[in-house]
Design a binder for this molecule. Sequence first.
Ligand SMILES: Nc1ncnc2c1ncn2[C@@H]1O[C@H](COP(=O)(O)OP(=O)(O)OP(=O)(O)O)[C@@H](O)[C@H]1O
Ligand SMILES: [Mg+2]
Length: 334
Amino acid sequence: MSESVNNREPLLDISGLEVHFETRRGIARAVNEVDLTLYKGERFGLVGESGSGKTTMILALLRMIKTPGFIAGGKAVFDDGTDLLALNAEQVRQTRLKRVAMVPQGAMNSLNPVIRIGEQMMLTMREHGEEGERDELMARVVGLLEKVGLKPEAASLYPHELSGGMKQRACIAQAICLNPQLILADEPTSALDVVVQRQIMQTLRQLQIGLDATVLLVGHDMGLMAQFAERVGIMYGGKLVEVGTVSDIFRNPQHPYTQLLISSIPSFETRGDFKGIPGVALSLLDPPSGCLFHPRCPKATDACAQREPTLKEVSPGQWASCLLHEEEHDATAS
Ligand SMILES: Nc1ncnc2c1ncn2[C@@H]1O[C@H](COP(=O)(O)OP(=O)(O)OP(=O)(O)O)[C@@H](O)[C@H]1O
Ligand SMILES: [Mg+2]
């Protein structure tokens, strides 16, 4: 999946990414052979029901998976050949914020409650090797706050003196303080009200364009996703089951799971929360044979319980992992 999209160059090539959690009842494959290329300057949205592996995938890219989880395989190679998954601890530290930064799930709680916002940002910059006088760094902090729509005075406030939306903006300012190439944002607005959500997504979008960074946004709200992202990936049970442009995914979904998701959204423009679909939720500890989705799939055939599909390009730039398409694909290829 590495040819250019909209004439963009690849930034990060993820292949065969596997993350396992060792539990008393066995191994859960939380991220299961994920292949995905992210392009320079694109906004990519990752959606999927709770437990489908979105956060785990982001944490793997940041090398932040904690026991009982571990990265069991795969690569995540930057355009200069650096494999994020092969770095040692010191190299990982140097990559954070400078190349890859995260706006975490529930980011607002990630600020230190007893340190003023400006001070926290300066500390972060220093920890990551930024030198310079206090005044110089503070001027940069103020510039960053302005970029995310906060007044300079916010620098001298404590987190509890900011509203939820303002705290979220401060977290975004912190994430971009060293001009990362890749920003991983895990449901950055899920705890906020709808109006504030939209404003923050707008800010994130302007920043992304200004920095020419790549943003991987995880979200539940399909409406917000449709507004923000250029391409979307759908995860099910740790697998990426479909990838395509927003308009292909919303107007012409190819995977039966995506089709069910899209049909459960009231309309393209309205806010549509990601809803569950019928059927028994997947157990990662006791996964079905063949295609993980087959027990819930309205289009499943006998073959789906036998064979595992892989992502295939079903139309230019749109990929789906479904045997229905594999058979078509095989038929046209032979
Ligand atoms: N500490 C843990 N121990 C055991 N299993 C875990 C642990 N953390 C995650 N998992 C497994 O990883 C799977 C994926 O979890 P993850 O948090 O990545 O999902 P998600 O898609 O981000 O969900 P959500 O939308 O709720 O944030 C879970 O279903 C669970 O099986
Ligand atoms: Mg999550």
